[in-house]
Design a protein around this ligand. Structure first.
Ligand code: DHB
Ligand code: FE
Length: 280
């Protein structure tokens, strides 16, 4: 049977991707951040998942505002890097796992009433590629299969935090019911506090972010009751992305073991957070 080996929560700031692509990870500005990520890279290198389900948001790249699926899953063979205005990032193409992705869809739709959009052709933007680069560096090919699970966090109304936690729990049931013996990791991406526009551009709320990191481990239910108004106020308009971490958390056991935790501000205008969790 398929087995969940753990989950990673990580911000997906595009300038981190640029720092990797341009060979700046050793620069004084970036070094502390990449040093803090090392234990997570070591963990995933040791664990060697066969498939990573990357929960991320598209930033009006593949899905422009003319069509915004609340939840969408990539069921195709491969997913290339999207051109977000500076050319596609020079990263390997993601190879999907159509058989597993279709199993997840069937379980989510038919058994758990999560009606995801099924996407056979999609490009993926920094929301997905930056976490892969952070965890795997600059390989010729990504070391595992990738299933994109895309969440709308940019167009109102976004799904609630509770809906995200429940989707994660349903995702776990779907993974557990897959026959082949594969190791599966889940990435929850986005956040932490940041606001890129308006009067509060540059907002970072370290206290609030640390509360989220604490409770992601010990009390995700309380996070799932947080409403969008609080998130906008405390974490900023783009900080709302953090609800995607709850999908990752929902797919783990109630009791987890923390492998690594790291927090660093700023990464350009964003608070960078990282959490690696295993089932206890
Ligand atoms: C930026 C964009 C993001 O999607 C994000 O999550 C954080 C920062 C940016 O443009 O700086
Ligand atoms: Fe983002």
């Amino acid at each position: 049977m398929a087995r969940v080996v753990g989950g990673i929560g990580t911000s997906h700031v595009p300038s981190i991707g640029a720092a990797i692509d341009l060979g700046k990870v050793g620069d004084p500005y970036w070094r502390p951040l990449f040093d803090g990520v090392q234990p997570a890279r070591k963990w995933i290198e040791d664990v060697k998942p066969d498939v990573v389900i990357v929960v991320y948001n598209d930033h009006a790249s593949r899905f422009a505002l003319d069509m915004t699926p609340t939840f969408a899953i990539g069921v195709g063979e491969q997913f290339a890097s999207h051109d977000e205005g500076y050319g596609p990032r020079p990263v390997p193409v993601c190879h999907g796992d159509p058989a597993f992705a279709w199993h997840l869809v069937e379980s989510l739709v038919l058994k758990d009433e999560f009606d995801l959009a099924m996407v056979s052709e999609m490009t993926v933007d920094h929301g997905l590629t930056v976490p892969l680069s952070l965890m795997f560096g600059k390989p010729e090919a990504w070391p595992c299969k990738i299933i994109p699970l895309c969440v709308n966090v940019i167009q109102y109304p976004q799904p609630t935090a509770l809906r995200c936690l429940r989707l994660g729990q349903a995702l776990r049931r779907a993974i557990d019911s897959y026959g082949p013996e594969i190791k599966v990791a889940i990435f929850g991406t986005g956040g932490m506090s940041h606001q890129l526009q308006g009067e509060r551009a540059g907002l970072i709320n370290a206290e609030y972010d640390k509360m989220w990191l604490d409770r992601m481990e010990s009390d995700p239910d309380s996070l799932s009751r947080i409403g969008h108004t609080e998130l906008l106020r405390e974490a900023g308009s783009e900080g709302l992305e953090i609800i995607m971490w709850l999908i990752m958390r929902g797919a783990l056991d109630s009791a987890v073991r923390r492998v690594h935790r790291f927090y660093h501000v700023p990464a350009s205008n964003t608070a960078y957070g990282l959490l690696v969790l295993e089932n206890a």
